[in-house]
Design a protein. Sequence first.
Length: 160
Amino acid sequence: MIIMEIAAEHIKRFKLALRAESLRLTSQRLAVMEDILASGGHRECDDIFLSLREKRIPVSRATIYRTLDILEQVGFVRKLDIGDGRFRYENKLAQSHHDHFICLECGRIIEFVDRGIERRQERLSKEHDFRLIRHVHQLFGICRACQMKKAKRGNGSPEA
Ligand SMILES: [Zn+2]
Ligand SMILES: [Zn+2]
């Protein structure tokens, strides 16, 4: 099932990356690629597994993980470790660079962009003669909804 048109050039790069790992471009792997590149947000392997199952495309979790790793390698997908042992994946092709606030209570991920932080990181790297390739910026805390829930329960101030 074709959900979206994936650029031929992207399929070609995906194919080459698979070949480098001695893997073939199967219809299952292509379905994983289509699913993640047609979506937004920060999804778990299981979300993709269920989405494919709904479309009646049986793909094992192991294949999904492996495929997502390859997609991360070629830079189509961003892999997030938010510290709860379950990786989140996001479509990188459809989005510009951003960083994340991560709620320790409910796992919610909020995106932000701060040009000042970006520029400062670049300047610092230059000062240290460091060629910056990428960065991961994750701020952990409690989201507004969880703060309100806590306040309602009576232990008002969010503990550090
Ligand atoms: Zn929360
Ligand atoms: Zn994001």
